[in-house]
Design a protein around this ligand. Structure first.
Ligand SMILES: NC(=O)c1ccc[n+]([C@@H]2O[C@H](COP(=O)([O-])OP(=O)(O)OC[C@H]3O[C@@H](n4cnc5c(N)ncnc54)[C@H](O)[C@@H]3O)[C@@H](O)[C@H]2O)c1
Length: 338
């Protein structure tokens, strides 16, 4: 009997922005868990795209990296045809809120126009599933007694979150107009290995490891909900296998903490002094807190499994043990506060 006839055919995944933080963790997750997934990673390698995140997979025949821009339609069309893409997961984005406050053009271009290009191409190519990675920030500030479910009004506060909300609306329109098999996920703040050292946890850990102060916005009382990146990967995988097309899924945990208390925990793990904390003028338009309801994805059987305290310790030690990963990136870091 011909062995090949019993083999499961490969499913061709296009992961965009796979050289970034969550995208690279998701590619690792897929390639470790599934033997019949082939992953094509397209990434423009902006300041936060880093091929070192996927060094271990370069020789894997089921993985291929292609440098390119999701805003370039002929490039995306070529990939769609040559790689016979079945499933798209779009992580590619300008992801920094502070950069969007200073200069939002790239956010509008990649986060909206790039998504339009992906939708146009993959709607025409009749992709089987398209997952858009959105964010809890599209809801804007929310209250604990009225957490945002997926039907909550969108009220974004920054150019970043506006661009993500606009992309969500485009995705919804493509589902409604063309019946394109789209699902949107809206995760809260992620942390873990391979996060560009400009976001609060990676930034503060790497600062403290260099004996530098950490600059905290305002009074440090801004409240954020945190999820370990592997739990997000698992949630996206759950949506891929069990989600309903046209639906949106919030992804959140019970781990809400103020930026000040988070900073104190990091300082504590590293055995340093709280005198390293420096309060600086607040970010303009800074959302005080986000509360989102993830009951809908929990009905699919997903729940976060990683303990917050343990994952935070693991993450802090990862940066401590991987100085060679983050040191070369410091020249690209623009911002000093979180
Ligand atoms: N990190 C979080 O806490 C968080 C929370 C909620 C949602 N999200 C969303 O998840 C996604 C991934 O976030 P992340 O933190 O991994 O971001 P990241 O900044 O680490 O990675 C983004 C990647 O996209 C690539 N990219 C940027 N513009 C591109 C373009 N035009 N064409 C192709 N590639 C391009 C970058 O080079 C980079 O590798 C984003 O869409 C973000 O909005 C992130």
């Amino acid at each position: 009997m011909n062995q090949n006839t019993t083999k499961k055919p490969h499913i061709n995944f296009l992961i965009t922005g796979g050289a970034g933080f969550i995208g690279s963790n998701f590619i690792k997750y897929l390639l470790k868990k599934y033997q019949n997934y082939r992953v094509i990673n397209i990434d423009k390698l902006t300041y936060c795209g880093n091929l070192k995140n996927l060094e271990d997979f370069i020789k894997n025949p089921l993985y291929k990296f292609i440098n390119g821009d999701i805003c370039n339609k002929s490039f995306v069309e070529k990939i769609a045809i040559e790689e016979q893409i079945d499933v798209v997961v779009n992580f590619a984005a300008e992801s920094a809120v502070d950069r969007s406050i200073q200069y939002g053009e790239k956010h509008i271009q990649t986060n909206i126009n790039g998504v339009r290009v992906l939708l146009e191409v993959f709607n025409e190519k009749k992709v089987k599933k398209f997952i858009q990675i959105s964010t809890d920030e599209v809801y804007g500030e929310t209250e604990s007694d009225n957490p945002a479910d997926e039907n909550f009004i969108l009220n974004p506060s920054s150019t970043y979150s506006v661009s993500k909300a606009a992309a969500d609306l485009l995705c919804k329109a493509y589902h409604r107009t063309y019946d394109m098999p789209i699902m949107i996920v809206r995760p809260v703040n992620n942390f873990g290995p391979y996060q560009f050292p400009e976001k609060i946890i990676s930034r503060f850990v790497t600062n403290i490891l260099q004996d530098k102060p950490v600059s905290l916005y305002g009074d440090g009382q801004h409240l954020r909900n945190w999820i370990f990146v592997e739990d997000t990967c698992n949630a996206i995988d759950t949506v891929l296998s069990k989600g309903t097309t046209g639906e949106i899924y919030n992804i959140s945990t019970n781990n809400s903490i103020t930026n000040l208390n988070l900073t104190k925990k990091i300082i504590n793990i590293l055995g340093q002094s709280e005198t390293l904390i420096k309060y600086v003028e607040d970010r303009p338009g800074h959302d005080k807190q986000y509360y989102i309801d993830s009951g809908k994805i929990r009905e699919l059987g997903w729940y976060p499994i990683r303990d917050f305290e343990e994952s935070l310790k693991y993450t802090v030690h990862w940066y401590k043990n991987n100085v060679n990963w983050w040191k070369p990136l410091l020249s690209k870091v623009k911002l000093n506060s979180c």
